[in-house]
Ligand binder design. Structure first.
Ligand SMILES: CC(=O)SCCNC(=O)CCNC(=O)[C@H](O)C(C)(C)COP(=O)(O)OP(=O)(O)OC[C@H]1O[C@@H](n2cnc3c(N)ncnc32)[C@H](O)[C@@H]1OP(=O)(O)O
Length: 160
């Protein structure tokens, strides 16, 4: 499967603040007020965090851009290094969002396929994600199946 003509995919960069990534994330949830320096600092940090071998990135945020270089889809795979399964790796797919006006063009599926490819290439023994019931069909189309139950506890703020 390829992207529609004119669209490209690449890793999120610290300089992407003004390219619409925050607006795209609003299709998923509340984003809040993020300053450009804070965005730059976080994405730069993500680029420095490696696995124990120093070969792989722990944070792997991708973006899809349209022909005008606007970010229209984003998502990430986070790599967790475990003791179990012989120091196994688990991939966590997080924060998948396609700009509302761009949904239904197979961008979401392309993004998940790429994130899954990264997790497989890194050697993850499984890749997991949480989603709303309404998106189960989408993830099934991407090759995922239901397993387990999500549990959570929420707090007002997780900031120190
Ligand atoms: C781990 C997480 O982050 S979960 C959060 C997921 N994100 C959101 O809910 C934010 C708002 N929604 C979105 O961003 C998008 O609608 C997404 C990511 C759910 C789907 O992305 P899109 O680009 O619109 O989907 P895409 O066009 O790639 O669809 C691929 C296939 O899945 C199907 N599909 C898309 N959404 C759904 C759905 N909610 N339920 C069932 N099937 C679906 C499509 O019909 C298509 O099927 P086909 O190949 O047979 O034609």
């Amino acid at each position: 499967m390829s992207l529609p003509k004119g669209y490209t995919i690449r890793r999120l960069q610290p300089s992407d603040y003004s390219k619409g990534v925050l607006k795209t994330l609003e299709s998923l949830t509340t984003v809040g007020s993020i300053s450009e320096p804070d965005f730059h600092k976080l994405v730069s940090h993500w680029n420095t965090v490696k696995d124990i071998s120093g070969k792989y990135n722990i944070y792997n945020p991708l973006v899809i851009l349209d022909e005008s270089e606007v970010i229209v889809a984003t998502g990430m795979i986070f790599i967790e290094e475990k003791i179990i399964h012989g120091l196994g790796l688990v991939g966590h797919i997080e924060d998948i969002s396609v700009l509302s006006s761009q949904q239904g063009k197979k961008l979401g599926k392309f993004l998940i396929d790429e994130l899954t490819r990264i997790g497989k290439e890194y050697g993850c023994y499984k890749i997991i994600l949480d989603c709303d019931r309404k998106n189960v069909g989408f993830y099934e189309k991407c090759g995922y199946h239901e397993a387990g139950v999500e549990m959570q506890i929420r707090f007002e703020s997780n900031k120190l």
